[in-house]
Design a protein. Structure first.
Length: 333
């Protein structure tokens, strides 16, 4: 189990995977300077964790790391969130509030999901990065922020620039050092150690004594593609700990999100009953077509967001209409 992100440092992170080792070497370098960092990785690969680690290993560690989810912010709230406001600046502004740039002064500003930022947010952030100055809403007093910027994105910002979804000038401002965090399926050699660490923590919190993982259970864990990466690994290990009643994790304790192609019971909302004789992924029915992979991924994300269409569409990077089309297709299976 990792220490809480609030205290974790880059030096605390270890890996046996070459690509991840390179990423951690760059993270250690990044911690020694104020260069802007882009953390590029799929959801659940550890971007937030690494942002905290870089901050905690940096000379700014005693100052706050302030997070801002750039995708979740409406344009109306944006400016007061970023720059703060004075009392009475707008209806309902009953007291003065500091914005993220002010709070992160001398510290780190972590801009999460940066590729999804609105054009307005891009302009506003660019201006502060260029001039190092901003005003609270309702004030003309210039404030300075020297916040160090760490961004996270699950898609290439360069591609977003090519698609004209991301400003090129902002891209160049942010793009100091890019750290590529490999997905879990490309770090398979690390899986046993990661599972063991998660299992130890989960067993402790459940008050269980689990001494082993059955080889077939391990096989199931290793052959799964882990689209939700470390976050999904953690949930899966917790679930299997819950199901496990003896000292050994058995294959039937390892349950993945139901695959619609294999389990027509999606609508009843039941997690598949643990059943060692059933495997639920396309590995099992060896349907390796792209269409089937897409369908699996859509359904997984949809289930992981507790069937929240808006959130699922955002995570998948598609419109709600496209998501609805995928879901209709799945329902027809
Ligand atoms: N190297 C790692 N070792 C163990 N757990 C990790 C590691 N990296 C991330 N995690 C865990 O995986 C989960 C997802 O990490 P997070 O940083 O939130 O991912 P992201 O921001 O990329 O979606 C968190 O619970 C985190 O503690
Ligand atoms: Mg995150």
């Amino acid at each position: 189990m990792q220490p809480a992100p609030s205290s974790l440092r880059v030096e605390d992170l270890a890996t046996t995977n070459e690509a991840m080792a390179r990423c951690l070497r760059l993270a250690a370098l990044a911690a020694k300077s104020d260069v802007p960092v882009v953390l590029l990785g799929e959801t659940g690969t550890g971007k937030t964790l690494l942002a905290h680690a870089i901050h905690n290993s940096s000379a700014r560690a005693a100052r706050p790391l302030v997070s801002f989810n750039a995708s979740a912010m409406s344009d109306t709230l944006l400016e007061s969130q970023l720059f703060g406001h004075e009392r009475g600046a707008f209806t309902g502004a009953q007291q003065a509030v500091k914005g993220k740039f002010e709070l992160a002064n001398d510290g780190t500003l972590f801009l999460d999901e940066i590729s999804e930022m609105s054009p307005l947010a891009q302009v506003k952030i660019l201006r502060v990065l260029e001039y190092g100055e901003f005003e609270r809403l309702g004030s003309e007093r210039m404030l300075k922020s020297n916040a160090r910027i760490i961004c996270a994105t699950n898609c290439s910002l360069r591609e977003r620039v090519v698609q004209e979804k991301f400003r090129e000038d902002l891209f160049h401002r942010l793009n100091g050092l890019t750290l590529l965090i490999p997905p879990l399926r490309e770090r398979l050699e690390e899986l046993p150690a990661l599972i063991a660490a998660e299992l130890k923590a989960a067993a402790k919190s459940e008050g269980k004594t689990i001494t082993a993982i059955h080889p077939q259970a391990m096989e199931r864990l290793i052959s799964y593609p882990w689209p939700g990466n470390l976050r999904e690994l953690s949930h899966t290990v917790r679930t299997m700990t819950l199901f496990c009643e003896g000292p050994v994790i058995l294959p039937q304790h390892v349950v993945f999100p139901p695959d619609l192609a294999a389990t027509p019971s999606r609508k009843d909302g039941n997690q598949a009953e643990p059943d060692a004789t059933k495997t639920n992924s396309a590995h099992a029915n060896s349907d390796l077509s792209l269409a089937s992979a897409v369908a699996r991924h859509v359904s997984l994300v949809y289930e992981q967001t507790s069937r929240n269409q808006r959130q699922a569409a955002r995570l998948l990077g598609i419109s709600r209409a496209t998501l609805a089309r995928h879901l209709r297709k799945l329902d027809q299976k």
